[in-house]
Design a protein around this ligand. Structure first.
Ligand code: ATP
Ligand code: MG
Length: 684
């Protein structure tokens, strides 16, 4: 059986799958079967009798994990497996680990994971001066490079960084006090625990005798160190990666992890894969042309195995509406011809570009999935419910209490919340505990009689619901609604219908979770969904829309990539990294199997205003557009030329004057003279 299993691999892939003792680095370009190789390797390990529960496979996205699981299980007789192998994201692994070992840090395991939005709010409450996004990224950087608040404070030179370090310290205190963990903590805390506890590290390492990591080029220092600890009793680590696809530099990923792998782990065997099985030769050729503009690379060859395929299409549009229309029209035709939605995807570099697509798809009645967006969980009503549930599972979560204490409206104003907050800090008690421990009179002295009464009722309801939750999870949602009338509070309000629809969907989801996992509780549900945003399943009908980051490792028969304009892709300006942008371009293009369309627009509505754009250098660098069309076009318009405009139709050029990089043309459209930039017209 194991022989059969390996028969779908080429020679180099086979070598990698069969090499099971010692460290192994599979270094290869996009679509060369890296993921296929480790998936097969996983099945192979099980087929030769290795205990599945001793194998740990780490991926970057839930989607990648579930796809890999499905494929590996297809290859083996999964009925013979008692405990399935653990196959999950780094973050999920961290979460599972913390559930068991959080006590090592003297913390309870009823912690709650906060998302970026929560993080921003907490930071805002600590400091209103410094831009929140700067704080988010700097704090994340500290954590991922293992810099403590104390170290950050003592090494900060500039005043700004001293301030940031102080905020970092307060932020950490806040998380600790409320027993919250952020995404970075899911890696950082397990690392701290294992680092401090050698025997636990040995034990875990002995449990996971075989470790595999996909997309190793995107691991950061912290992940590398964590892996080292996980491998402390053996050297059976197999990683796969591609330096040209390293796209998480902004999150501290370091290509050094791949480059130094052989030094980090003794006696490493390196396997290179050089054939691409995914894309047509044409697509591959453009991807290769583009990435060759980068200097900082190992340099790999990739040869195609498919045929030439059709040429890459370029869509030029006036604006995002025209772009969306073209793509929707195309997709309609594809779907009508029998192509499945799941084989089609639209990618963008900048998330904001999904808005016009979403609108267009809704108008056209096309099904889509926005993958990786926090679309559903980001809605206010869902966040409220999550906050309620958090309060129910964790009294210390002041952050969530403040969100819901007046939702639905119960007359508790901002001042009351501030008073409660101050008292909570003063007494070192959470808001809920404070309300419960103070007598009605004492509480009245803080917030007034009427508010005190309301708060007492609120606190009693929380306590009752906790009991119901303990007794019968299935009764909980009904009791929750009866108590707080949350859903009902959207009766007769504008857009209430939509919101109630979301609430129903969410409730249904909670019920389902309890039915599927009778031994798990609400806290597990909350942590599960905190990691889930990116895992949206690809159903047959829906077309996927996602950022290039979210598309990592995936492949689609028909691919559209939009927003090929300077500033949008590549992102330019302060802090941008053109080589990383190019790697993103390489990742994006190499997602396509058969048909690829790249699109750019002359203007987009962005951040509240319409911006005029020039097309991306990546179009010419990849050889998709020969030379610079714009320049050709500009210089070639002269008086008397017939030109075509998308809206005004055909007209005749009367005059041409230089305007910046462009030319301003005066054109006679059927008697009406209009001044139009030359990039908006074509020769008729
Ligand atoms: P990426 O770098 O984008 O993650 P990858 O190297 O992980 O790509 P895979 O996704 O494993 O590549 O494989 C790309 C495609 O090629 C898949 O459809 C896979 O099934 C196919 N493939 C890989 N190896 C072979 C092979 N030996 N024979 C036939 N098809 C293969
Ligand atoms: Mg892969």
């Amino acid at each position: 059986m194991s022989e059969n299993l390996l028969s779908s691999l080429n020679e180099a892939q086979k070598v990698a799958a069969e090499y099971i003792d010692g460290s192994l680095l599979i270094l290869a370009g996009a679509g060369s079967g890296k993921t296929k190789t480790i998936t097969t390797r996983l099945a192979y390990l099980i087929s030769i009798g290795i205990d599945p529960s001793s194998i740990l496979t780490l991926t970057f996205t839930n989607k990648a994990a579930s796809e890999m699981r499905e494929r590996a299980f297809k290859m083996i007789d999964s009925t013979i497996i008692n405990t399935p192998p653990l196959l999950c994201t780094f973050h999920k692994f961290g979460l599972l680990f913390l559930k068991f070992h959080m006590s090592e840090l003297n913390r309870k395991n009823n912690f709650v994971i906060i998302d970026t939005d929560d993080k921003k709010r907490i930071l805002k409450s600590i400091d209103k001066e410094i831009t929140t996004s700067l704080l988010v990224s700097e704090i994340s950087k500290y954590k991922n490079t293992l810099i403590t608040p104390y170290e950050a404070k003592s090494s900060a030179q500039l005043k700004l960084y001293q301030q940031i370090a102080n905020i970092y310290e307060k932020y950490e205190e806040y998380l600790l006090k409320n027993n919250l963990v952020d995404f970075d903590d899911l890696l950082l805390l397990p690392y701290k625990i294992l680092k401090e506890n050698e025997s636990l590290a040995k034990e875990i390492s002995q449990k996971y005798q075989y470790i595999m990591v996909d997309e190793y080029q995107d691991t950061n220092e912290l992940q590398y160190r964590l892996l080292r600890l996980l491998c402390s009793s053996h050297n059976n680590l197999c990683v796969v990666g591609d330096d040209d696809q390293s796209i998480y530099g902004w999150r501290g990923a370091t290509i050094k992890n791949i480059l130094n792998f052989s030094e980090h782990f003794e006696n490493t065997k390196v396997v290179k894969l050089e054939e691409n099985y995914r894309s047509t030769d044409t697509i591959l050729d453009h991807a290769n042309q583009l990435i060759e503009h980068n200097r900082d690379r190992l340099g790999k060859k990739l040869v195609g195995t498919k045929d030439k395929g059709s040429s890459v299409r370029v869509y030029e549009s006036h604006d995002e509406n025209e772009e969306t229309r073209k793509i929707c029209d195309d997709i309609k035709i594809l779907l009508e011809s029998g192509v499945q939605g799941k084989d089609i995807a639209i990618l963008f570099r900048v998330n904001a570009l999904s808005r016009s697509l979403e609108e267009g798809f809704n108008r056209a009645g096309l099904h889509y999935k926005l993958v990786g967006g926090m679309k559903f969980y980001e809605r206010a009503e869902i966040k409220d419910l999550i906050a309620y549930f958090r309060v129910l599972t964790n009294s210390n979560d002041n952050f969530s209490v403040k969100r819901i204490i007046n939702k639905p409206k119960r007359g508790i104003g901002k001042t009351t919340i501030e008073k409660l907050d101050a008292k909570s800090i003063e007494t070192q008690k959470s808001i809920v505990d404070l309300i419960s421990s103070l007598s009605s009179e004492e509480l009245s002295a803080v917030v007034g009689k009427k508010n005190a009464r309301t708060l007492k009722v609120f606190e009693a309801s929380i306590m009752d619901l906790r009991e119901i939750l303990n007794d019968s999870k299935m009764k909980f949602l009904d009791s929750f609604e009866e108590t707080f009338d949350y859903r009902a509070s959207y009766d007769n309000v504008p857009d209430g219908f939509d919101r109630q629809g979301n609430i129903d969907e969410f409730y249904g989801y909670v019920r389902d979770f309890f039915i599927q996992n009778p031994h798990l509780d609400l806290k597990d549900f909350l942590n599960e969904i905190a990691l889930e945003s990116e895992s949206d399943e690809f159903s047959g009908e829906a077309v996927s829309m996602m950022s290039i980051h979210a598309a990592k490792g995936l492949e689609f028969k028909h691919l559209f990539i939009i927003g090929f304009e300077e500033g949008f892709f590549p992102i330019t300006g302060d802090g941008s990294d053109i080589e990383e942008e190019r790697r993103l371009g390489y990742v994006a293009i190499t997602r396509a199997m058969d048909k690829l369309t790249l699109s750019f627009a002359h203007s987009r509505f962005y951040k509240g205003k319409r911006t005029i754009l020039t097309k991306s250098r990546f179009l010419s660098e990849s050889g998709v557009i020969k030379g610079s069309l714009t320049i050709e076009k500009h210089s070639s318009f002269k008086k008397g030329d017939l030109v075509q405009h998308k809206i005004f139709g055909i007209g005749r050029v009367q005059k041409s004057t230089k305007a910046g990089k462009d030319y301003k043309l005066t054109i006679n459209f059927g008697g009406t003279h209009r001044e139009i930039l030359s990039s908006f017209v074509e020769k008729a």
